[in-house]
Design a protein around this ligand. Sequence first.
Ligand code: SF4
Length: 775
Amino acid sequence: ATYASLQEKDCTSITPPYHALQEKLALVRKLLDNRPLTLAEKILYSHLADPEKTISSGGLKRGETYLLLHPQRVAMQDASAQMALLQFMSAGLSRCAVPVSIHCDHLIQASDGAHADLENAIVSNKEVFDFLESAAKKYGIEFWKPGSGIIHQIVLENYAAPGMLMLGTDSHTPNASGLGMLAIGVGGADAVDAMTGTPWELKAPKVVGIKLTGDLSGWATTKDLILYLTGKLTVKGGTGRILEYFGPGVFKQSCTGLATISNMGAEVGATTSTFPYTPNMRAYLHATGRAPVAHAADQAAANGFLASDEGAEYDEVIEIDLSKVEPTINGPFTPDLATPLSKFASFIKENEWSDELSAGLIGSCTNSSYEDMTRVANLAQQARSAGLKMQVPFLCTPGSEQIRATVERDRITELLEETGATVLANACGPCIGQWKREDKKGEENAILTSFNRNFRSRNDGNVKTMNFLASPTIVTAMSYAGKLSFNPMTDSLTTPSGELFRFLPPAGKDLPSAGFTPGDESYYPKPMPEPQPGTEVVIKPDSQRLEVLRPFESHFGPHNPRGLELPPLKVLMRVRGKCTTDHISAAGKWLKYKGHITNISENLLITAINDEGGDMNVAFDTDHGASQSEKDTIPGVAKRFKARGQPWALVVDENYGEGSAREHAALQPRFYGCGMIVARSFARIHETNLKKQGVLPLWFTDTADYSKIGSGDIVETIGLEGLLNGDHSSAIRLKVTKLSGEAFEIPTKHTMSTDQLNWLRAGSALNYIRSKLQE
Ligand code: SF4
């Protein structure tokens, strides 16, 4: 095939308004008495909706102040975009307030090869893709159709820009921060804030400085750095924090290498990561057809906007000498179980696991850059010269059409295929479980991937598949050996002619000498298309995949005799122990119902444990009398309550809702009539998501009170009315009436801000936004 070389892009809608951002930052600096700022603060504060108001009401304190921000762009992937668009549509606007893009990447299953898989996905998801495309057309959204690539790779290649703040409805949105910006993963309701021009709220994150000195060498890559750091920080270590890298080591890495680091910042729970603007970022902008963005960024950098100030203080500093970073392998089942390559063979042996590798997988949004692919190709070339072939199935997922076409032109694809690789469609594929794996069903086996996440059964749906994370080069070298104990740095393989062969450290190129090529240009949407209001957005009334989202009714109205207190709520159950967003709204086969609130709600809390009895997915319908409660599934009882018009509450344990930003975990309880959740503690993002959907989250003042409330009890708020009437000193107590008739009160705490109280009063944040827009 022949391809056009990359043309310079229209950069009008993708160049950050540096002048305005710097002016706003100058105002913030003045208000903060010119204290030195970190880069993360500069980017956040230059996007404040109203700096004077924010600072006058208590200053800017990291970890405390709620920031109201105006992000410049939103990107959405096909699974999460459905609910985000359904919510946006119900706001009644004719266009989006900021540039928005949709990317069809999650719904393509890897089975028979790139071409056939893409064709199959287009047929089986036609209804969803048509919905997304027509909504994009109606509201002026850039639509990247199936086959165009993975959201985060496309954003990096086309939209990311130094100093910008953007949101994406996917937890790996921080990938774009590799270009020296702040890209943050959020739920659909947060994206709708930006899409409707409503300021988006974020508690000012703490900033962890990560100083990089020295340089990576030999087999070590930026993937190994982040695998090492994930082991050090653990899956919770970045919560409420931005990881800001600085120091000479940053400037030695390619832009795409930095993107790999920020991509996996999601694995430690970081809000996002960032880096100062570097010459390699400039080169990447030029190579991807965005010279005007590079020129504008050069100017902004010269004014000191794109790096931290001298003397800026971090909440914590971690120093890493890159020359000491070793290739690292993380897993199985959690990304923070890090083992240096040199100790991996003994780690496998100590655990008495089989030494057999069953498959190698490279690519995904984490590791499919040109640099990654050329390093892999270098190993493949060495292996081919020695007459070696892959010993296990080896799958490669290109991140975008641009990458696919460029590596095809540069004959890397041919080389990989010759050596036994299968190149899949430009999509998420096995990274999100879209892998129709025919071998190893239900069997214990080990795979090695260059992806970012390795929760149990994430890749092939098999709970017994041990999934390890590594750099693409380690995955490749070990796939030639077929053994987990193989260390390519020290061990040799035997060639067909009986000689011993050892890999040399892989060499690669961060950018193609002949430039990138766009490949099939039909994949590229027009930048900032004009909305076409006449476009019909089709949602069939009998659809099983999509359903119009009806606004949630406010809790307060003629139907509620308690005025501005919540109506009496019946307790559905007391949830025991760990309850993540995965427990509340499972993924896997439920992914296809993301746009259908009725169908997906059938999975509500199906893996949660009921503290009364200790069973999973069991709840009691006490309306049959205390002694003869009827047992049913949790969604079963929730549906009964909904059918009776009985609003309800949940009692939950510690850190309720940890995990992803999955907004379905808040939407679904609300859909069935949940008005309040009382917790020993909440995970912060989920608590905000509940507030957004009009569910009141309350914290036990005394966590021992958790055990005093059970299924069928009636709980009533006392003191909410005062809060809603503006008395912020008003505390909320709960009156609990047991099934036996015994009644008592318990104290609670809350974290509701004035805006969040407005959401509760309106029934949801969206109802509130809608009423504001109508004003
Ligand atoms: Fe998420 Fe994997 Fe797709 Fe990246 S490739 S967006 S991590 S599913």
